[in-house]
Design a protein around this ligand. Structure first.
Ligand code: BG6
Length: 339
């Protein structure tokens, strides 16, 4: 008669089987609440995602399902909306009049490691783009939700995903090869244990997207993610346009570095704003000045694990940081032509 949270961190092939088993054992109903937290991947294409949802929703209601994308539990990712909507200075310039382009990068140093079986079936587009990358994009590009609650947030995310335009010719894919980095020899993807010698699964994807809304018309969004890259670094860089005119003759607008706002998602969590400043001294010399804030230094604490927050929210019944089914399906639809 109490509350039950079932957390399905099991092979994806048995998500629905487990849920149906819970249903058959009459564990899907209780006098208290029953919730189902489900790990990613949420399907491997639109049809399988739809089928998974159909089977889960045969056992429980949509508002009982907590579909995980652990990026949404990261402090720095949650902070994007505070940054945009709790400050007066950014939202007025958050549009195509002032922003030149946006770059979203999730670079990993690790290779495929011990997850060959899963990864080689999936590839990076499914593993990182369908979920984490598109979620980061949605947070940067969405309109302000009417309220900071799950329904309003999900509605706005769904709207912006509807406006994303992604053409296969604007996507490149790659696969890491063997090489020597800093004197250390690293295996190529096809040499990794469990990967077929002729595997064509991608370990790197870069894409240029457009968002067809009045706010973003003409602003390219560059997304890239890969395994076994030079360093581990996830960041969102918002590149502003140059100033319209320069009063600092003979410097022209082109001589002044445009502003750059960077959300450092990990590992050095923080936010940085690059501005132009006068170099100290008698001459008029401009220089770049990076206003760089580290969350660790500012808050005197390490950011908590994403899962601490996510599992707590499951228990509290807050679905804001989870994925609604329509958002998952929209993400798969976007990638379908490339897959
Ligand atoms: C997972 C992917 O969702 O995210 C992995 O399946 C990836 O392939 C991982 O390595 C990255 O997560 P994080 O939190 O280490 O950036």
């Amino acid at each position: 008669g109490g509350n039950h949270l079932f957390y399905l961190s099991v092979p994806p092939a048995v998500y629905a089987v487990v849920a149906e088993g819970l249903g058959a054992a009459e564990l899907a109903h209780s006098a208290g609440w029953v919730r189902l937290a489900v790990e990613k991947p949420h399907g491997h294409d639109l049809a399988s995602a739809h089928e998974l949802a159909r089977r889960l929703l045969h056992v429980v209601q949509e508002d009982q399902v907590y579909r995980v994308d652990h990026y949404l539990g990261k402090e720095t990712v949650q902070n994007i909306l505070m940054f945009r909507f709790a400050n007066a200075v950014f939202e007025p310039v958050w549009n195509s009049t002032y922003i030149d382009h946006v770059q979203i990068t999730v670079a990993e140093q690790l290779g495929v490691g011990e997850r060959a079986g899963y990864f080689d079936q999936a590839g990076l587009l499914r593993d990182m783009f369908q979920n984490h990358m598109l979620q980061l994009l949605a947070l940067v590009a969405m309109e302000a939700p009417a309220l900071f609650d799950a329904t309003c947030l999900h509605d706005e995310k769904a709207r912006v995903l509807d406006a994303v335009r992604l053409r296969p010719e604007d996507v490149v894919r790659g696969q890491y090869a063997a090489g020597t980095v800093g004197g250390v020899h690293l295996k190529g993807y096809r040499d990794e244990q469990g990967i077929a010698a002729e595997s064509r699964s991608e370990t790197y994807v870069a894409a240029r997207l457009a968002i067809d809304t009045p706010r973003w018309r003409g602003v390219p969004f560059y997304l890239r993610s890969g395994k076994r890259l030079r360093c581990r670094k996830s960041e969102i860089a918002v590149a502003f346009k140059p100033v319209a005119r320069s009063i600092f003759q003979p410097l022209t607008p082109r001589d002044l570095t445009p502003n750059l706002l960077v959300f450092n998602i990990q590992p050095d969590e923080g936010v940085a704003l690059m501005i132009q400043a006068k170099k100290p001294g008698p001459k008029l010399c401009m220089c770049d000045l990076n206003l760089d804030v580290s969350y660790r230094e500012a808050f005197h604490t390490d950011p908590p694990e994403a899962y601490e927050r996510l599992l707590l929210d499951c228990m509290c019944g807050d679905r804001s940081l989870f994925l609604r089914e329509d958002i998952i399906e929209k993400s798969w639809s976007l990638l379908a032509p490339i897959l």
